[in-house]
Design a binder for this molecule. Structure first.
Ligand code: ADP
Ligand code: MG
Length: 343
């Protein structure tokens, strides 16, 4: 055995980056979540070459103070939690303070920002190895612009895992879709290779919400979806669920949000599957965009670095509420149901 030694911080960051940054889409997810956490009302995304060459996310959120800029890029630095008690009820999408450090260790990252109380903005740039970032003045309105170039330029082993431009862009667009469905009060724009792909105006009224879902999930889904909004004992489920006539061969149109965070969870999938069990053929999958609101203290989001998973403190209660709500909604549109085969 050789002597034990400390890894330098760049290498440590690159190793840790493996958990957070798998491909361009994971970078976009982190940048979009940061923009939403900053309270942005307009978010613009420009992408080149499937995101491998460039991902730029511009927002009009709170921005970052000049003094905080270098810290934003260092590991375990966050403005979102302070103590253990904050972990008990997380109200933001981020909280681990890892994303920007991870991204900046495997790409060329620059961050321009203005926190609103300064006349001009500030920009900080790091290029993979340089972990002592330099800050310089720049013109920038209130908000933040994060520009990531040349993903994995310094980690060839990771770069080899990237797929074609088309495949990477499909993953990016899926991330964009998930996030854009999570916050209707924020406007979103996505361009790829200078071409505008999505332009979604902000607005929380029914018409704009429905238009956004139709744009992102397809007209056919919207035309065959039920609107649900059910509240019971502090739990609320609202959104759209596809009628049995709109089933899919794959589970590719299933969006489930817990307090604004898109998640995949066994308890949820099981409850939904059961609710649709009598009305879908074997091997067919339901489509849905559903928002579940629950006391944040009843959900643990600190289960995995990508935060795609959650743990419910009251699994049984959550399962029953979801199952009953969805099952009843389906039964109500099938008036013949319940008259056959009973008694
Ligand atoms: P986390 O989101 O878990 O806090 P990040 O590495 O993603 O960790 O970001 C570090 C910090 O940088 C955040 O806590 C936040 O204070 C700041 N930050 C990042 N992106 C933005 C943004 N778009 N607008 C304002 N502040 C931001
Ligand atoms: Mg973050």
């Amino acid at each position: 055995m050789a002597k034990i030694h400390r890894l330098d911080s760049r290498l440590a960051n690159q190793i840790a980056a493996g958990e957070v940054v798998e491909r361009p889409a994971s970078v976009l997810k982190e940048l979009l979540e940061n923009a939403l956490d900053a309270g942005a009302r307009q978010i613009s995304v420009d992408v080149e070459q499937g995101g491998t060459k460039l991902i730029r996310v511009r927002d009009d959120g709170s921005g970052i103070d000049q003094d905080d800029l270098p810290l934003a890029l260092s590991r375990h630095a966050t403005s979102k939690i302070r103590g253990l008690e904050d972990l008990e009820a997380i109200g933001t999408l981020g909280f681990r303070g890892e994303a920007l450090a991870a991204i900046s260790s495997v790409s060329r990252l620059s961050l321009a920002s203005n926190s609103g109380d300064q006349a001009e903005g500030w920009q900080v740039t790091v290029e993979g190895r340089d972990m002592a970032p330099s800050v310089a003045p720049t013109a920038h309105p209130r908000g933040c612009t994060v520009t990531m170039r040349d993903l994995f330029f310094n980690t060839p082993a990771r770069r080899r895992f990237l797929r074609t431009e088309k495949t990477e862009f499909n993953h990016l667009e899926e991330v964009f879709r998930r996030v854009a469905l999570s916050e209707f009060q924020t406007g979103f724009r996505l361009s790829h290779n200078q071409k505008v792909i999505h332009q979604l105006p902000p607005g929380d009224d029914d018409t704009l919400r429905a238009a956004r879902v139709a744009r992102l999930c397809g007209r056919a889904f919207m035309d065959q979806a039920l609107t649900v909004d059910i509240e019971h004992a502090g739990l609320r489920l609202h959104g759209w669920m596809g009628l049995p006539t709109f089933s899919r061969s794959q589970a590719d149109l299933q969006y489930f949000y817990v307090n604004g965070r898109v998640i995949r969870d066994k308890v949820v999938s099981h409850a939904v599957r059961q609710a649709y069990a009598d009305v879908l053929y074997h091997g067919r999958h339901p489509a849905y965009v559903l928002f579940f609101e629950v006391d944040p203290a009843l959900v643990d989001v600190n289960v995995h670095p990508t935060k795609h998973e959650v743990r419910f403190r009251e699994q049984r209660m959550v399962h029953d509420f979801l199952f009953r709500s969805l099952h009843r909604a389906i039964a109500e549109v099938r008036p013949g149901e319940g008259q056959h085969g009973e008694g």
